[in-house]
Design a protein around this ligand. Structure first.
Ligand SMILES: C[S@@+](CC[C@H](N)C(=O)[O-])C[C@H]1O[C@@H](n2cnc3c(N)ncnc32)[C@H](O)[C@@H]1O
Length: 238
C-alpha cells in the first residue's frame, strides 16, 4: 500500500472530511465509535490519537478534561485538526514509527485508520513501547465480514470511475477479523485484550433507515455481532 497515495488522498479531502463524519448521521455514527473507544480507555491521562484526521476524537477526549496529541500522515488533515483543537498538539507522521520516548502516554486511541497501515504489528509494538505501564490502547476500525470484504473492490472501482469521495481509492486496505486483531495485540505484549464488533447504522443510509438501524444496533451488537461492520479492540500494558 502506498503511504504517499493515502496521504495525497486525505490531503485532497481534508477540507470536506467533516461534512461526512461531523454532521447529521455521520456525527451520530462517529460518536457511537468514539463512545466505545472512550469506554475502553479507563487509563485516560495523556492520550495519543493515531491517524487522528481532523481531530474529531481529540475534541471529544479534551472534553473529559484530559490532554491529547494527534498524529496523522496527512498534513492537510493535521491542519484541520489544529483549527478544531488549537490547544492540542498535532504531528505529521506515520503510525508505525512513533517519534516519542518510551512510556510517554497513558492512553492510545485509533479510529478508522488501522486498515491503512502497511505494518500494523509495528504500530502495535510502537504503541506498547510508548505507553506507560498500566496504559491502555483502543482501536476501532472497519472489520472483515462477507459484506465489508467487498468494500475494497468497490473503492477500486470508484477510483477507476473517477469518484472523488472520502476514502474511495485503491489503497490496498486490509480488513481484519476481531480474532486476528486480538492475536496481533497479544503478540505486541498487550494483556486483557478484548474485541467486540460494533456499528449497524451506517451514515449513508436514508434518514428513516438510519434511525431504524440505530434502534436495532444494540441488539445486533449483542446477539448477531457478525452483522456489525466495525470492530473495537483494546488491550493494556502491564
Ligand atoms: C478515515 S480517516 C479517520 C480519521 C479520524 N481518526 C476519524 O475518526 O475521523 C483515516 C485517517 O488515517 C490517516 N492515516 C492513514 N494511514 C496512516 C498512517 N500510516 N499513519 C498515520 N495516519 C494514517 C489518514 O491520513 C486519515 O486521516
Amino acid at each position: 500500500m502506498s503511504r504517499a497515495k493515502v496521504q495525497a488522498h486525505y490531503d485532497e479531502v481534508a477540507g470536506v472530511y467533516d461534512q461526512r463524519y461531523d454532521l447529521r448521521q455521520g456525527r451520530l455514527y462517529h460518536q457511537h465509535l468514539s463512545g466505545l473507544v472512550l469506554d475502553r480507555l479507563k487509563s485516560r491521562g495523556l492520550l495519543l490519537d493515531l491517524g487522528c484526521g481532523t481531530g474529531i476524537f481529540i475534541e471529544q477526549y479534551n472534553k473529559t478534561g484530559e490532554k491529547a496529541i494527534g498524529l496523522d500522515i496527512s498534513p492537510g488533515m493535521v491542519r484541520m485538526g489544529r483549527l478544531r483543537c488549537p490547544d492540542s498538539e498535532f504531528i505529521v507522521g506515520t503510525a508505525d514509527v512513533l517519534p516519542f520516548e518510551d512510556e510517554t502516554f497513558d492512553s492510545i486511541a485509533s479510529l478508522l485508520a488501522f486498515t491503512y497501515l502497511n505494518d500494523p504489528e509495528a504500530m502495535l509494538r510502537e504503541s506498547y513501547r510508548i505507553l506507560k505501564p498500566g496504559g491502555q490502547i483502543a482501536v476501532c476500525t472497519l472489520s472483515w465480514n462477507t459484506l465489508t470484504c467487498m468494500v475494497p473492490f468497490f473503492y477500486r472501482l470508484g477510483e477507476r470511475l473517477g469518484f472523488n469521495k472520502i476514502g474511495v481509492g485503491d489503497f490496498g486496505e486490509h480488513y481484519y477479523t476481531g480474532k486476528e486483531m486480538e492475536d496481533m495485540f497479544s503478540q505486541a505484549g498487550f494483556v486483557d485484550v478484548q474485541s467486540a464488533r460494533c456499528s449497524f447504522a451506517h451514515y449513508t443510509l436514508s434518514p428513516r433507515l438510519f434511525a431504524f438501524a440505530q434502534r436495532l444496533e444494540p441488539f445486533i451488537e449483542a446477539h448477531i455481532p457478525y452483522l456489525a461492520f466495525n470492530v473495537c479492540v483494546s488491550g493494556k500494558k502491564e
